[in-house]
Design a protein. Structure first.
Length: 656
């Protein structure tokens, strides 16, 4: 378990380096990430490499016993490179070059750019190949599935399409190009679907373009990772994922690297409505699920955010420490804080770090120091893992398809997953977020929300899970699209209807309007966004609609298929429904429930096979008390206790 910081030596006078390293060491910082944007300092002119300054910095960190994550600075090519090779710049939806001098403006598909990117990577890696100080390498920064419209990308996209579909006729057929005279008669007519208005573009084309862009990013990561591995076979390589921009397929993105890392900026503002989706743990569980392994936080919230947008509130007392421990509870084993000190120059001077512009350590820094102290007591959990009975399936393709064609007002794919995540974790259960193609055999409950786009391997995997006796939850908007992102000519949920034992006879995309459902026990819940009106074949109704022309029609169903139990939630409900439903499913499947957890208190269990360590985190701005069934030993306070008192964003870890 390590705490680290992101550090930008190139942005500070070098006389600060030693002082900073000294304070880091005294505070308990074990690792720094450096250099991910420092290309122009390492290669100020074409082919002229300068490592002296970085060597000196590395010596300083070595003296203070601080390890290094070395960044490969390909996110920001130096401006001389754009001057010599203007063709390497990314082009926007208007086909014009993106303005340089900001960042991330290189086209990763350009062979010219790639040859320079490989050269700088090779130079850095060779220069530090014998360093024991570098414990990991980060390629580029927050890579996206870029929608570049340059000539190279156009050409590569056309070739990619032809390679996949063989002929233009096939492309015309899978895209359904007879709509609106869209048939291609020459390959040059294929254009990336970025032009305005994007919403009128062909959804099949949009999907293929997203797949292509995502594959290009994964390929780019692979090429640079190979260079690092070739020079240093033992090197640990990563890329840092974020939640914004055009997301690549995270499973493929991380395929080529050794471990997952994530830039974690949990929300600072607490919503007034307690049922609003707020906790960030879903994304932490998602990162753990990518490889089913522990991961790193490469950037962690450290201060008010802002710069190009108005600043956020400052993190409330407890959030700096609490959010880091929350990440650890969910499987992070190293948490790097962004950033050591707030920049005084450049575009990001109001995205705050641990130390403010004044360079006087303050409240946030003191809390960070406390965090470092607590971490030093957590050696016992180093070897523990998170084992879950429950999995939620996350599919990048479904997320893309819903972005391409929003289904109804308010409907958001990730939110559909988070409703269930919140409901099950509300009872203190560990929840995994994994790929629909991963091994599901160890789970007691699998939730597969909105399986919109058909994928054979995923559908077969889900059937296999149910046939073998699993409890499966499916929802509305499943089985709607084929692999080409076209609609299936079948009653919904098409490929899943055998499992569900019911068909959608009609649907009502009610958006922000409300409906009501009544469950088998007479509980009433309001619902909105989407209503599937179901007709049963073998399933039984779990809940029915109570309003309007489909009053008394099933809204939620339960079916048996082979030895499996399959629920189908045909609508989108208020949080109380998901909690009640999850509670029932846990009861049916024998998953233990903690029934009296105060609002906002999150419980995660990490185990080493012998001992269970229970993490209690108060994800709210009000204090909370939890009574334990027996006295347990607190790893944080080193005492036995039978009740846990948590301050706002407070934390405790007990050994069961
Ligand atoms: C991202 C980037 C960082 C920095 C922060 C804050 O996470 O990776 O370089 O820009 O955002 O804005
Ligand atoms: Zn391009």
């Amino acid at each position: 378990m390590k705490i680290g910081v992101d550090y930008y030596p190139e942005q500070w006078d070098s006389t600060l380096w030693e002082k900073d390293a000294g304070l880091m060491a005294r505070t308990g910082v074990k690792v720094v990430r450096i250099a991910e944007f420092a290309w122009s300092k390492l290669e100020p002119r074409d082919g002229e490499f300068v490592f002296g300054w970085l060597d000196e910095l590395m010596r300083i960190f070595a003296r203070y016993g601080i390890d290094v994550v070395m960044g490969i600075p390909t996110n920001c090519p130096p401006l001389w490179l754009y001057r010599i090779h203007p063709e390497i710049v990314m082009r926007g939806a208007d086909e014009k070059p993106i303005q340089t001098g900001i960042r991330g403006h290189r086209c990763i598909n350009s062979d010219v750019f790639l040859s320079y990117a490989k050269r700088i990577t090779e130079r850095i890696v060779r220069h530090y190949s014998s360093s024991n100080q570098i414990i990991a390498w980060q390629i580029d920064n927050e890579l996206e599935a870029y929608h570049c419209t340059c000539e190279v990308c156009r050409k590569k996209f056309r070739e990619w399409l032809l390679d996949k579909h063989d002929t233009l006729e096939n492309i015309n057929s899978v895209f359904g190009n007879s709509v609106w005279s869209g048939e291609y008669s020459d390959i040059s007519e294929i254009q990336p679907p970025t032009a305005y208005p994007k919403t009128w573009q062909n959804p099949s084309l949009c999907m293929e373009y997203q797949r292509f862009s995502s594959e290009c990013t994964a390929k780019y990561v692979k090429e640079l990772a190979m260079i690092i591995k070739r020079e240093i076979p033992k090197a640990k390589v990563t890329v840092n994922a974020w939640l914004g921009g055009s997301k690549p397929d995270i499973y493929k993105f991380f395929d080529e690297v050794d471990f997952v890392s994530f830039d974690n900026y949990p929300p600072i503002n607490i919503p007034a409505d307690k049922d609003e989706l707020y906790s960030h743990t879903f994304f932490l569980d998602m990162m753990r699920g990518v490889k089913g392994k522990k991961f790193w936080i490469m950037e962690q919230l450290s201060g008010p955010t802002g710069s190009w947008e108005p600043m956020s509130q400052t993190p409330r007392p407890g959030q700096i420490m609490g959010y880091s421990l929350q990440a650890i509870a969910h499987g992070a084993d190293t948490v790097m804080h962004f950033r050591w000190r707030t920049a005084v120059t450049g575009a990001e001077m109001f995205w705050h770090g641990l130390i403010d512009h004044s360079n006087v350590p303050g409240r946030r820094f003191n809390e960070f120091t406390e965090l470092c102290k607590s971490i030093s007591k957590l050696g016992v959990i180093d070897t523990t893992e998170i084992v879950s009975d429950i999995a939620i399936l996350y599919s990048p393709e479904n997320e893309w398809a819903f972005k391409i064609q929003p289904q109804t007002e308010g409907f958001d794919y990730i939110q559909q997953l988070r409703f269930f995540h919140k409901a099950f974790s509300h009872y203190g259960a560990n929840v995994d977020v994994v790929s629909p193609e991963s091994d599901l055999s160890s789970y007691k409950v699998v939730i597969a929300p909105a399986m919109f786009v058909y994928k054979k391997q995923a559908a077969e995997n889900i059937y296999r899970y149910a046939i073998n006796g699993g409890t499966l939850i499916l929802t509305n908007r499943s089985g709607v699209k084929d692999q080409n992102n076209n609609c299936m000519m079948q009653p919904l949920p098409s490929v899943y209807k055998e499992l569900v034992g019911a068909e959608v006879s009609e649907y009502d995309p009610i958006g922000n309007n409300n409906q009501t459902i009544v469950d088998f026990a007479g509980n009433r819940f309001s619902c909105s966004q989407w209503c599937d009106i179901l007709s049963l074949t073998t399933a039984k109704a779990y809940a029915e609609y109570d309003d309007g022309f489909y009053r008394c029609c099933p809204a939620v169903t339960m079916n048996r298929y082979c030895s499996g139990v399959i629920y189908y939630v045909g609508t989108v409900c208020e949080m109380d429904f998901y909690k009640s439903f999850a509670g029932n499913v846990m009861l049916q499947t024998g998953i233990p429930r903690l029934n009296d957890l105060p609002d906002g208190v999150e419980v995660t269990t990490r185990t080493n096979g012998l001992d269970d360590f229970i993490f209690f985190f108060n994800n709210s701005d009000e204090g909370a008390e939890i009574r334990l069934p027996k006295a347990m030993y607190s790893v944080i306070d080193s005492v036995g206790k039978d009740r846990i008192s948590l301050k706002p964003f407070g934390f405790d870890i007990v050994r069961k």
